[in-house]
Design a binder for this molecule. Structure first.
Ligand SMILES: [Zn+2]
Length: 109
């Protein structure tokens, strides 16, 4: 006897966010959150749990550059980013993120 197992597909809801740089909608956990904390600090929020107004960027240098060089980040965080904050974020990106394109000078042998 066959019991037609009609498994109810329970699609788990995956929270999605839009990247500020490329405007692509991605799963929230694939993105990096930047938060404007209640004290007015702009921080990279790796846990995604910090209080404050946050926005999301892909873990790619390109998106961070777009977000930081335009005023999209200011707009999204409802604040004016200081040059300091901008530099801090860019530094974070350069140290922790990889560009989509291979680094210059690193040619395939
Ligand atoms: Zn992006």
């Amino acid at each position: 006897m066959k019991s037609s197992s009609s498994r109810s597909i329970h699609t788990r809801h995956i929270p999605q966010r839009t990247c500020l740089g490329c405007r692509q909608v991605r799963a929230k956990r694939e993105l990096i959150r930047i938060v404007n904390t209640p004290t007015g600090n702009i921080e990279v929020d790796i846990t995604g749990r910090k209080a404050g107004r946050g926005t999301y960027l892909c873990p790619t240098l390109e998106c961070w550059e777009v977000g930081l060089k335009s005023n999209r980040l200011d707009h999204a965080l409802r604040t004016g980013l200081s040059t300091d904050s901008r530099e801090q974020l860019m530094k974070y990106a350069e140290e922790n993120l990889k560009g989509e394109t291979s680094a210059p000078g690193e040619k395939t042998r």
